[in-house]
Design a protein around this ligand. Structure first.
Ligand code: NAP
Length: 224
């Protein structure tokens, strides 16, 4: 088991439909109400960094900053996990004038033209030795670098299903906040946990809020 002190406190926040989908596959999908977005931005204002997977950058192209930006003591660092370095160069998250961005990628991408182009935008690249031929990165190492080198104590993870799935399976999280929106997507949606899990992951339910205005149910779980 990975020592908790070696990594940041990890909060996963996700908005899902009642059938456990987080978007239509390959399509930017607005699931959150204004009130849900306000809850999300409150969380963003209270962390040191926000992390997403490469597919979320490709599909959603988020800026990933708290709104409103005034009254935010320090804009959180934006973190992308992109083993293959596949995010597009015109992604909004690569605009380092807005906030610091760190892209974690495989050491195999060192000195590539794409890596140079990304670095030229003042985006920080962190190279991790891949654990397989698919340029998969060990998320323990990623979290360790965030804590040790970038002093990230609280990290918010905002999807997608593959990144969340791996963090959950490896128990690399402390809190999971699931906002259930009264919508259904069905089989062409991305599941909140897009991964095979060995066995069952147990969680402790710590609070339930029902937003009677938007119809959302917000569940807060703690990792056991
Ligand atoms: N409703 C919500 O709250 C919410 C929030 C965020 C996103 N979303 C939705 O989620 C969808 C994207 O989710 P997704 O599951 O397809 O993708 P994802 O989790 O955003 O990104 C997965 C990709 O990131 C890279 N990656 C993740 N972990 C890695 C690791 N350990 N090592 C190396 N690379 C790693 C891999 O890229 P490679 O395959 O290139 O190696 C992987 O395919 C989008 O449709 C978006 O709209 C919804």
């Amino acid at each position: 088991m990975y020592m908790k002190t070696l990594r940041p406190y990890v909060i996963i926040f996700v908005t899902q439909t009642i059938d456990g989908r987080i978007s239509i596959r390959g399509k930017r999908t607005l699931l959150s109400s204004e009130r849900d977005l306000a809850r999300m931005h409150y969380l963003r204002r209270n962390v040191d960094a926000i992390m997403i997977g490469a597919r979320t950058v490709i599909v959603d192209d988020p800026i990933l900053i708290p709104r409103p930006l005034n009254n935010v003591a320090k804009t959180p660092i934006r973190v992308v996990i992109d083993g293959r370095l596949s995010i597009p160069l015109d992604a909004k998250i690569l605009d380092a004038r807005v906030s610091t961005t760190i892209v974690f990628t495989s050491t195999r991408n060192k000195n590539t033209a794409k890596a140079r182009e990304i670095a030229a935008r003042n985006v920080l690249l962190e190279y991790i030795e891949p654990i397989d031929d698919e340029n998969h990165l060990d998320l323990c190492k990623v979290l360790e670098v965030l804590k040790d080198k970038y002093k990230v104590s609280r990290l918010l993870v905002q999807g997608g299903g593959r990144l969340i799935g791996e963090l959950v399976e490896r128990k690399l999280f402390d809190e999971m906040i699931i906002s259930i929106t009264p919508k259904i997507i069905g089989k062409n949606g991305v599941p909140v946990i897009d991964r095979e899990i060995q066995g069952i992951i147990d969680l402790n339910l710590s609070s339930v809020q029902i937003d009677h205005v938007s119809g959302e149910v917000v569940l807060v779980y703690r990792a056991i």
